[in-house]
Design a protein around this ligand. Structure first.
Ligand code: 13P
Ligand code: 13P
Ligand code: MG
Ligand code: MG
Length: 370
């Protein structure tokens, strides 16, 4: 059976500030998706949040980019926005860039990670959700799960994944994509994806072996809110969906990279570098300096599209040291205040006062003589 797993998210109002999502918004989303399940549009759903982002996890048989599914997500975000306005939540409707729906939520503000695939005998799927960062934050952990033999033992010892994977990489500045082979082109891949504000891993495909090579095994949202809107309206907090086991990295191999709280850009005002902290949903609240950036992982087994779960995978002792390290790094970088590399370089900041400062003092600048 072919099933589509759709994870669609938007910030439709923070509670308070940019910290979390109000329970009334979650309730509205659950009611809307529950109706769609009764009507047979959805097989199953789960609503959650990461920080101030409302997350709709849905399964169905309609395929990717389906108008009905996207319209359902849009309508749900619109309804939640009405409530957010009534409660005067912060930035109500922040990520909805238009009043009218035009067939697909892509380019309209929400973030989308969805993939259609043939459900296997055992199909573990993980929904990853990040707040206070950008799509390139997934480059490092996805690379390590699917390409780094020091992370993923299966790349070395499992005959069914020894041949590697195909990475589909997007240049989000130039709006181009390229498919590259792992491990053959590993160094070239790293040359691209290390520049994470420009090159992002969009999808991973199996190369050969047990699984169909035209069905993705991982997908990451790549919407760049800033570029879509042309002005600062909040960071494009990303989501990803990853399948595991049987010819793919084991669940634990997919999760292991998050034991290292790597530096990502986002955090306060979308303009700072900070460590990404793996947390359970109950701790997915962005507090200190509006962070540190968080990542949540909900695990499911699929059963004919039904979501058996979730298991809140980072709500576990195994990630205690990562959280402690993230807090130590947060202390360290925070002491840089407005200095780079804590504050992002000028071109990556979401907003800046520099043009105004320059305008004010422009007549006081003197030519250097030598
Ligand atoms: P698979 O056969 O599902 O890849 O099992 C490997 C495993 O679970 C190792 O932890
Ligand atoms: P969000 O993108 O999560 O709304 O955060 C915006 C911000 O400015 C945090 O400081
Ligand atoms: Mg917000
Ligand atoms: Mg957010």
């Amino acid at each position: 059976m072919k099933v589509t797993f759709s994870l669609i998210k938007a910030d439709v109002g923070g509670w308070p500030g940019h910290a979390s999502v109000h329970p009334d918004l979650i309730k509205i989303a659950e009611e809307e998706l529950s109706k769609a399940k009764k009507d047979g549009l959805l097989i199953d759903f789960h609503v959650t949040h990461c920080g101030d982002d409302l997350e709709l996890i849905m399964t169905h048989t309609k395929g990717e980019n389906n108008e009905k599914i996207h319209e359902l997500a849009w309508r749900t975000f619109k309804k939640a926005t009405e409530k957010a306005k009534e409660l005067k939540l912060y930035g109500a409707g922040q990520d909805l860039l238009s009043d009218a729906f035009s067939g697909n939520v892509k380019g309209m503000g929400p973030g989308v990670a969805e993939m259609e695939f043939t459900e296997r005998k055992g199909e573990p799927v993980i929904a990853f959700m990040m707040d206070k960062t950008e799509p390139g934050a997934f480059n490092l952990p996805i690379f390590r799960a699917f390409a780094d033999p020091f992370n993923t033992a299966g790349l070395v010892i499992d005959p069914s994944m020894h041949s590697g994977f195909i990475f589909e990489i997007w240049d989000i500045h130039e709006h181009k994509s390229v498919k590259m082979k792992i491990p053959e082109e590993m160094y070239d891949v790293l040359a691209l994806i290390g520049a994470k504000s420009r090159f992002v891993i969009k999808r991973v495909y199996p190369k050969e072996g047990k699984l169909p090579t035209d069905e993705p095994v991982a997908v990451i949202s790549t919407e760049k809110l800033y570029q879509i809107a042309g002005k600062y309206i909040g960071k494009d907090d990303p989501v990803a969906v990853v399948r595991a086991q049987s010819g793919l990295p084991a669940l634990g191999e997919v999760l292991n990279p998050y034991a290292f709280p790597h530096l990502v850009s986002g955090w306060m005002r979308g303009s700072h570098n900070g460590p990404i902290m793996p947390v359970g949903v109950k701790n997915a609240i962005c507090t200190r300096f509006d962070g540190p950036p968080r990542v949540v992982a909900l695990g499911f087994q699929l059963s004919n599209g039904k979501l058996v779960g979730p298991v809140d995978l980072f709500d576990d002792l195994g990630f205690d040291l990562a959280r402690r390290k993230a807090l130590e790094i947060a202390d360290y970088v925070r002491q840089h205040g407005p200095f780079e590399p804590h504050r992002l370089p000028l071109e990556d900041m979401e907003y800046t006062t520099l043009p105004k400062v320059m305008e004010k003092i422009k007549d006081r600048f003197k030519e250097l003589k030598d």
